[in-house]
Design a protein around this ligand. Structure first.
Ligand code: NAD
Length: 259
């Protein structure tokens, strides 16, 4: 038996990379508050199914949507799968909340990055979200929400991940333009920027010394959790945040405050 606050009742959401990590927490949180959630995944069908089952077991509504990102036609494949899944459920076409969350890292300083690696990280982190949003425009209902999961690294220098930070900085800029463009439709467009968060994206987090060092970067002396980020996303997606648009919302646990 679920208790929902109903904050997202009767709304349809898409969460890219929703099968694990931050995306999984976001999908669960939006569903807990009443949204019908499309859990997008790339290759991890099993993890997406588990996320959907967890949501359903808690009384929520969700379905998986498959599309490999970073390949030609990825955004069209994603939205085709989304449209078909909604039709199969006899659900109203359209979407209210789009969370651009899927991403990969490239933990290499500039002198070691190959052209292929550069193209790959931009294809997944920048080009895919760009076309996902382009094709969301005709599907988004008035009053909708676009939320991009960027990174605290777009505003603090980390040479070890310079290229990754560039891919996210481009999305920060897109947030500004789309916020202005979509305001007349009551659609808000914002960026949520996590700091060091305890997920599988960064394998070095398995190393206790690195974990401790990254935890110490936050004023709270701990790593962020996926739930820390999901709570912020859920607020930004809610009606309570209707007057907030074009913003870069720091969800880093204050990593920059002591610098
Ligand atoms: P994660 O690796 O657990 O999740 C990434 C998600 O993106 C996964 O579901 C993965 O399947 C999906 N994905 C990656 N490449 C894909 C592809 N080619 N096609 C389809 N799906 C693909 O990591 P996370 O930490 O949960 O990352 C979520 C977002 O948060 C990312 O955009 C990441 O850049 C951002 N972020 C994470 C941190 C952190 O410290 N964990 C910090 C700042 C920003």
């Amino acid at each position: 038996m679920t208790t929902t606050t109903g904050r997202h009742q009767d709304r349809t959401a898409l969460v890219t990379g929703g099968s694990r990590g931050i995306g999984r927490a976001v999908a669960g949180r939006l569903a807990r508050e009443g949204a019908l959630v499309a859990v997008h995944y790339g290759h991890d069908h099993g993890a997406a199914e588990r996320t959907v089952k967890e949501i359903e077991a808690a009384g929520g509504r969700a379905f998986p949507v498959h599309a490999e990102l970073g390949v030609p036609g990825d955004a069209a494949a994603l939205w085709d799968a989304f449209d078909r899944a909604l039709a199969a459920r006899d659900a109203e076409p359209g979407v209210d909340i789009v969370v651009n969350n899927a991403g990969i890292t490239l933990p290499k300083p500039i002198e070691h990055v190959t052209e292929e690696e550069y193209d790959r990280v931009f294809a997944v982190n920048t080009k895919a979200p760009y076309f996902i949003l382009q094709q969301a425009l005709g599907r988004l209902r008035d009053g909708g929400r676009i939320i991009t999961v960027s990174s605290g690294a777009t505003r603090i220098a980390y040479p070890a991940i310079a290229t990754y930070s560039m891919t996210k900085a481009a999305l920060d800029s897109l947030t500004l333009s789309l916020a202005l463009q979509l305001g007349p439709r009551g659609i808000t467009v914002n960026t949520v920027a996590p700091g060091f968060t305890d997920t599988e994206i960064n394998p070095t987090l398995q190393n206790p010394q690195i974990r401790q060092a990254l935890a110490a970067a936050s004023v709270f002396d701990r790593l962020g959790t996926p739930a820390d980020i999901a709570d912020v996303v859920s607020f930004v997606a809610s009606d309570e945040a209707r007057w907030v648009t074009g913003q870069w919302i720091d969800a880093t646990g204050g990593v920059h405050l002591g610098l």
